[in-house]
Design a protein around this ligand. Structure first.
Ligand SMILES: CCCCCCCCCCC/C=C/C(=O)SCCNC(=O)CCNC(=O)[C@H](O)C(C)(C)COP(=O)(O)OP(=O)(O)OC[C@H]1O[C@@H](n2cnc3c(N)ncnc32)[C@H](O)[C@@H]1OP(=O)(O)O
Ligand SMILES: NC(=O)C1=CN([C@@H]2O[C@H](COP(=O)(O)OP(=O)(O)OC[C@H]3O[C@@H](n4cnc5c(N)ncnc54)[C@H](OP(=O)(O)O)[C@@H]3O)[C@@H](O)[C@H]2O)C=CC1
Length: 567
């Protein structure tokens, strides 16, 4: 699209403050370079973006570009930059006071230092640059003209906002109102040097600058804009390029051009109810991270922290809580892993005792770690052609009260009752740990005479500290401390035993501390992870509300179930 005459800026030396690629300044720079400017000088606080912009501009035009790091708030730096430009190009024809900016903040949260910082950036900075360029370039250049020639045009183009008011930006609104007045005053004062001074007050423009603003603010800006959209840097550049050209706008001075009639009445009406989120933010300033980002301190000043850096990183309520919950979930996961590893190690360390064989009269099983007998089996003839089987299991480690073992015993062979009546096989646990009977007396009635080979098998769950007696006993006999059973002497009687270590349910009793911590950690990880995800997906407040609702519903359901059960 050709908007301007080819070579409109031919022979002109242009100075643009603030020119990072993607900014309004860079859009103006590209236009004037492509329109044949003889030289371009750009400045900014950071050198890297300037170098980058200079390279791009030189690649896309024939204009030589000079850049220097310079903070427009510093009069000495400005003076030396302008002097360097004059030394480099010999003159300056057009000045675009583009550098500036602020931070969004509600007036009640703005202190004097912050107000001053923005006034300095937008009003004082604009003045510093304008005055230096006028003194070091415009006026001396004018003085050198012949009377006939004294009709040059220079352009001061401070971009600014605020047709009438600027809620949320009182500092910059004031600064730009000052620039507006500066524009008019200088246009009159310096008309004698044929310096023309105009200002452009863009609406909200999509640029590297506004990328740092909260999305909600920009959305609001878009909604109140008559054209229902944000402007582009090129659109601002078009009017700047026009005003900067003596040929195009030679008869325009002392004017402020508002690019878009914002409906400020509506904004003013909403002043006390800003449409952007008022959520609490934690703002941390860190040096040396991905370029400067400004914190929106107006969100909620109470949770604002700074650590002295210049770059601000913001974390708002839901994200903050999500981060906290993620961290807690992480700690829980670590705890669960450590707990499970410790438990596994402990369980693996429990010895296994396998009898795996037939016990004969007088046999006993040795504890793997000691020579103490812990299972003794005696078989003796009761003098009536019957044998008595007595078995006794003693804890090998009486001190270790919390550990359990299961003993599986299988009796095989033919078992006779003296009276041919049914007999009982039972196990009982005496002296159970802590007074609790681990497995109550198990009774199993066996048919007359024959006990099949796989049955009866009994399982005795006992505590190490307990002494367990097991055996066959005639019915109607109360449990004594030893049991007898009549066996046919012609039949072999054997006991197979298998002592297993405890795992499953026993864990909870065995290592209560570690097990409880491990299970609590697993539960905690699940809960915190759910909280964190809820914070990310639905926000902290809503998550708390939903949580309360869930608790109420569950409570009501339990109450209903209890009542229903009772009825
Ligand atoms: C209802 C509201 C509706 C509004 C709708 C508006 C829609 C958007 C319209 C956007 C239009 C304008 C766009 C642009 O201008 S684009 C350009 C964007 N670029 C920038 O804005 C960045 C430029 N800013 C800066 O370079 C710096 O912030 C600045 C130079 C202005 C100040 O930096 P300086 O280093 O001098 O200052 P400090 O950071 O040290 O701070 C000094 C004191 O200022 C106070 N301060 C700073 N930040 C905040 C904050 N976020 N909130 C409140 N106060 C703040 C504070 O007192 C600082 O002192 P301390 O450090 O001692 O605390
Ligand atoms: N975008 C918008 O909607 C609107 C913008 N404006 C104004 O237009 C101008 C350009 O805006 P935009 O392009 O969006 O902003 P950007 O933030 O994208 O660019 C601003 C440029 O100015 C430089 N700058 C800022 N402060 C200083 C300083 N003290 N000294 C030297 N250089 C400085 C920055 O470089 P560095 O950080 O390296 O110093 C950067 O190159 C600004 O003044 C802005 O306030 C006005 C109305 C609306």
């Amino acid at each position: 699209m050709v908007l301007f005459k080819n070579q409109l800026y031919s022979g002109k030396v242009v100075l643009i403050t603030g020119c990072a690629w993607g900014s309004i300044g860079a859009a103006v720079a590209l236009q004037v370079c492509q329109l044949g400017a003889a030289g371009l000088a750009i400045c900014g606080r950071r050198e890297e973006p300037l170098k980058d912009a200079a390279l791009r501009l030189e690649n896309q035009s024939k204009t030589p570009v000079f850049y220097q790091s310079c903070d427009i708030r510093d009069p000495d730096a400005v003076e030396s930059f302008v002097a360097a430009v004059v030394a480099k190009f010999g003159r300056i024809d057009v000045l675009f006071n583009n550098a500036g900016g602020q931070f969004p903040v509600m007036a009640e949260n703005l202190n004097s230092k912050g107000f001053n910082a923005v006034i300095r950036n937008n009003l004082l900075g604009t003045w510093n640059m304008t005055s230096s360029v006028a003194r070091l370039a415009f006026i001396p250049q004018f003085e050198k003209l012949t009377e006939a020639e004294k009709k040059g045009a220079n352009e001061d183009d401070p971009t600014q906002s605020v047709p009438c008011c600027f809620p949320g930006m009182v500092h910059t609104g004031s600064a730009r109102a000052g620039v507006d007045n500066m524009t008019k005053t200088l246009a009159v004062e310096w008309a004698k040097y044929q310096i023309k001074v105009n200002a452009v007050a863009p609406g909200t423009i999509v640029s590297t600058g506004t990328q740092r603003y909260p999305k909600e603010m920009l959305d609001k800006s878009r909604r109140v804009a008559p054209l229902q959209r944000l402007g582009t840097c090129e659109e601002v550049a078009n009017i700047c390029t026009f005003l900067g050209s003596d040929e195009a706008a030679g008869f325009i001075t002392g004017q402020t051009f508002y690019m878009e009639a914002r409906v400020w009445q509506e904004t003013s009406l909403n002043f006390n109810r800003p449409s952007y989120k008022t959520e609490a933010c934690v703002c941390v300033c860190v040096c040396g991270l991905n370029g400067p980002t400004e914190c929106d301190r107006s969100d909620n000043p109470r949770l604002f922290f700074r650590s002295g850096g210049k770059q601000h990183h913001k974390m708002c309520m839901p994200k903050l809580f999500a981060a906290i919950f993620f961290a807690l979930a992480g700690i829980c996961v670590a705890g669960a892993i450590i707990g499970c590893v410790v438990l596994k190690k402990e369980i693996d360390s429990i010895s296994r005792y396998d009898l795996n064989g037939t016990l004969a009269i007088g046999d006993y099983i040795l504890d793997a770690n000691s020579t103490t007998s812990n299972l003794t089996v005696t078989l003796r003839n009761n003098g009536n052609n019957n044998n008595i089987v007595n078995a006794r299991y003693d804890s090998p480690r009486n001190s270790d009260l919390r550990k359990f073992i299961y003993v599986d015993m299988c009796f095989s062979g033919r078992v006779f009752d003296r009276d041919n009546s049914s007999i009982k096989i039972f196990t009982t646990v005496t002296k159970p740990y802590n007074g609790t009977i681990i497995q109550k007396i198990t009774q199993q009635y066996v048919d007359n005479y024959v006990v099949n080979t796989t049955n009866p098998c009994v399982q005795i769950a006992t505590c190490y500290s307990a002494t367990t007696y097991f055996g066959f006993q005639e019915s109607n006999t109360t449990a004594p401390s030893s049991f007898t059973v009549a066996t046919n002497t012609t039949e072999s009687t054997s006991i197979k035993g298998n002592i297993k270590n405890v795992c499953n349910v026993g864990i909870l009793y065995t290592y209560p501390g570690i097990a409880i911590i491990a299970f609590a950690c697993v539960a905690g990880a699940i809960i915190f992870l759910s909280f964190a995800l809820a914070c990310v997906l639905i926000g902290f407040i809503r998550m708390v509300m939903l949580g309360l609702l869930a608790v109420l519903l569950i409570g009501a359901a339990i109450a209903f179930a209890v009542l229903y059960h009772k009825i």
